[in-house]
Design a protein around this ligand. Structure first.
Ligand SMILES: Nc1nc2c(ncn2[C@@H]2O[C@H](COP(=O)(O)OP(=O)(O)OP(=O)(O)O)[C@@H](O)[C@H]2O)c(=O)[nH]1
Ligand SMILES: [Mg+2]
Length: 181
């Protein structure tokens, strides 16, 4: 019995994190920055990339999926067993904030994502004049989200600002829930 429990817990030392957002939001750059890889050579993701990060004793399998409009219908192929959803928003992309809200709202209706923690990375905040946390709060109507526990972290994939802190939150939150059962 104990060994089964231990195995279950060991298994929980792995987390599946799904990273989505509109194209050009900076998802791939965020992952590369976290992995200390060269961030000067990113190009749009046409399929998906899985990166495994060792983080505070946990193995994080991060699924970075392309966000171009034609690719969004494939997002649903990646929902299964997701512990945490990272939604990346481009703080400089005011024109597509409605598009961004609608795509996120659609995801939050997904049954297979119901148990997932939601981390919102407000990326590109190194750019002067970009949208603020308050702008995003209103633009994405975050207060209306009742289905998921969420947090928003203004960050920059260029400088690395707040990326670690965001991951820390989402891992802690997913962890808290895993051990409830
Ligand atoms: N200034 C600034 N530019 C960034 C930042 N993050 C990403 N970029 C730039 O934004 C562009 C898109 O970055 P990607 O990481 O390819 O975006 P993506 O979300 O993976 O895009 P798709 O794969 O098409 O879904 C690149 O030119 C990056 O250099 C940031 O924090 N600040
Ligand atoms: Mg990408």
């Amino acid at each position: 019995m104990l060994s089964i429990l231990r195995k279950a817990r060991l298994k929980d030392k792995e987390m599946r994190i799904l990273m989505l957002g509109l194209d050009n939001a900076g998802k791939t750059t965020i992952v590369k920055q976290i992995m200390n890889e060269d961030i000067t050579t990113v190009s749009p993701t046409l399929g998906f990339i899985i990166k495994t990060i060792d983080f505070q004793g946990y193995k994080l399998n991060i699924w970075d999926v392309g966000g171009q409009k034609t690719l969004r219908s494939y997002w649903r192929n990646y929902f299964e067993k997701t512990d945490a959803l990272i939604w990346v928003v481009d703080a400089t992309d005011r024109l597509r904030i409605d598009d961004c809200r609608e795509e996120l709202a659609g995801l939050l209706l997904e049954e297979r994502l119901m148990g997932a923690s939601l981390l919102i990375f407000l990326n590109k905040t190194d750019v002067a004049g970009c949208m603020t946390e308050k702008d995003i709060h209103e633009g994405l109507r975050l207060d209306a989200i009742k289905t998921h526990k969420w947090a928003i972290f203004p960050c920059s994939a260029m400088t690395g600002k707040n990326l670690h802190e965001g991951l820390e939150w989402v891992v802690q939150d997913a962890k808290d829930r895993l051990f409830l059962y």
